[in-house]
Design a protein around this ligand. Structure first.
Ligand code: AFP
Length: 292
């Protein structure tokens, strides 16, 4: 089944945005071969931008912002919220290319899109949906608009074809522990030790979107915790953690900052970082129940 057919029945403005994201992702998937380098600029987090970061960001801004389909776009690669001429109330929070530091080693990376109405400074539980694309051996698109999680793969005709419908998170024991062990806070050290004692195997590539995609399929937990030097961790609430948390929650998993449901957190700024634990309910309940 084609993505466009699977989307029938959802609100047309949302469908048009999901299809627009899908079209931009096809262009991004073809851009890697000629954009392997770094630039001399950094984003607001002080991270050097890859050529692909900036190009993917510009594509999403120009194609979606110029389409009239959206009113606002917040991007990990932009310092401020962008506003466009549009009758729409749709607002997107976007990581144009998560995992771009892996460009040189050809590991999977992806695009993450959170879909909101009226603005982005709202808790993730108020999102109307989320989409992510993984650029790997396959280019896959996963979306949820509040009625299950569904996965598509890009075929040689340039169409996204349904692979899995109503996905539920796996139950294997895999973990992405995050940060550097010598900087762990005591409760995170205890958490990781408990998982290791229970036989969890490490799966951590350096690409949040790809690592979470693996946890969604196989089970377990990904975490990028608060650590000595940054108690708020590294990953961004709006651009990474809330959209992926929305999808994993829709698949029967859960997401937390270690204390509360991450989707209940109201962002104070578009650039807010947050510690993240995302995966099966068992693994998330374990961290939330640990004394801190
Ligand atoms: P890049 O987009 O700069 O590669 O960062 C990726 C990321 O934000 C997230 O996808 C990874 O889980 C995390 O950083 C890895 O961070 P470390 O390099 O500190 O392990």
């Amino acid at each position: 089944m084609l993505l466009s057919k699977h989307l029938k029945g959802y609100e047309k403005d949302i469908v048009d945005v999901v299809l627009g994201v899908a079209e931009v992702s096809k262009t991004i998937s073809r851009g890697f071969i000629t954009r392997q380098g770094k630039t001399d600029t950094s984003n607001v987090y002080g991270e050097q931008q890859a050529a692909m970061d900036k190009w993917a960001d510009e594509l999403l801004i120009n194609e979606l912002g110029g389409s009239g389909l959206i009113r606002y776009l917040a991007s990990e690669e932009q310092p401020e919220l962008l506003e466009f001429e549009s009758e729409s109330d749709i607002a997107l929070s976007v990581d144009p290319l998560d995992g771009s530091s892996l460009l040189g080693v050809n590991l999977a990376m992806g695009t993450i899109v959170g879909i909101h109405r009226g603005g982005v400074l709202k808790p993730g539980e108020e999102m109307v949906g989320a989409v992510y694309i993984i650029y790997g051996p396959l280019t896959v698109l996963v979306y949820s608009l509040g009625d299950g999680v569904h996965e598509f793969a890009l075929n040689t005709d340039g169409d996204f074809i349904l692979q899995k419908e109503n996905m539920t998170i796996g139950s294997e024991k895999r973990m992405g522990p995050g940060a550097a062990r010598n900087t762990y806070l005591p409760f995170h050290e205890e958490y990781i030790s408990k998982l290791e004692a229970d036989g969890y195997k490490i799966r951590f590539s350096g690409s949040f979107v790809a690592d979470v995609h693996q946890i969604l399929h196989k089970g377990g937990v990904f975490t990028y915790p608060g650590y000595q030097g940054s108690v708020r961790g590294k990953l961004r609430l709006l651009f990474e953690c809330a959209p992926m948390g929305y999808i994993v929650t829709q698949a029967g998993g859960a997401v937390s900052d270690g204390y509360v449901d991450l989707l209940s957190i109201v962002p104070e700024s578009i650039s807010e970082r947050v510690p993240v634990y995302i995966g099966g309910k068992r693994e998330i309940n374990l961290i939330m129940g640990l004394p801190k």
